[in-house]
Design a protein around this ligand. Sequence first.
Ligand SMILES: [Fe+2]
Length: 277
Amino acid sequence: MGKFEKNASIEDHQISQQIYNHHVKQFKNNHDKMPSKKLTIISDIHGNLEAFKAVLSDVDDLGLETIVCLGDNIGYGPDPDEVLKLLRSRNIPSLMGNHEWGLVDESSLFWFNPQARRSLLQNQQLLSDESLAYLETLPINMFINDCLLVHACPPDSFRTYLFELSPIQLTEIFKEMEYGLCMVGHTHDLVLISYTDGQVKTERLVEGTQILDEKSKHIINVGSVGQPRDGNNNAKYIIWDSETRTLEVRFVPYDIKITVEKIMALGLPRINADRLW
Ligand SMILES: [Fe+2]
C-alpha cells in the first residue's frame, strides 16, 4: 500500500494539488478484502439511467453482490442525479472520474471539448446539493482483492488515455505494478492489455468469458455502461472471478429510445443522443 502512496504524484500540474491529495488519501480507507471472489465492475454510466438499471437487473439476475464503479457517473446523459442516487442506495462504491473531477475542481473544465463541457455544466444544474457534496467524497483509486481500480490509468490517473501510451510507456507502468491486475474505464472501449515476459499485447475484448493467465499482468478496460464508443449500442460491464481467474464481458440491451428522448427534451447536445444508437 505504501507504494501507491509514494506514487501518488500528479500527472498534470494543471489540476489542484490540494484537492487531488485529499482524494488520494482516501485510498487508505479503500484497501479492502471483499468476501466475494466475484467482483462486478461497471464504469462510465454518464447519466444514462436506463442503461444503468438494465445492468443492475442483469447483475441481480446473476446473483452478484459485490459491485464497484470506476467513475464518470455524470456528464452527457439526462439523469445524473438519479444515477448517483441509485449508486448510493445500492451501496456501490465509486471512484472519481474526470467528469466528476470537472465539477469538484472547476478550474479543470477547460480539459473538456465544448459539447462535453456544456453537457457537464447542464448536468451540474440537475444535481442536488447532496449529490454535489457526494462527488467531493470520491477516491482516486481502490485496491480490492489484489486488484487496483482506477478511472483511467494505473496507479492514480483519472485522465490519461491508455490508447495514447506507447508500448514503452505501458511497459514502464506494468513494471511499476506490484499487483497482477488493474481495472480501468475512461475510453469507453473494452480492451485487455497483457504484459508477459517483458512484452505488451493489446486486444479488444468481446462478449463472453476467458481465463486470464496468472503469469501475466493485465490492465482491463471494462467499457461503458451508458455512452458507447465502440460501435455496439449495448450497455457493457465485466465480472472478474479472482478464484478461477475468469473474466466475463456482459453486453446488456436497454431501451435506448427513452434515454434519447430525455436528452433531446433537456436540450443536451444532440451528439450525446446520437452516440447511443
Ligand atoms: Fe467517460
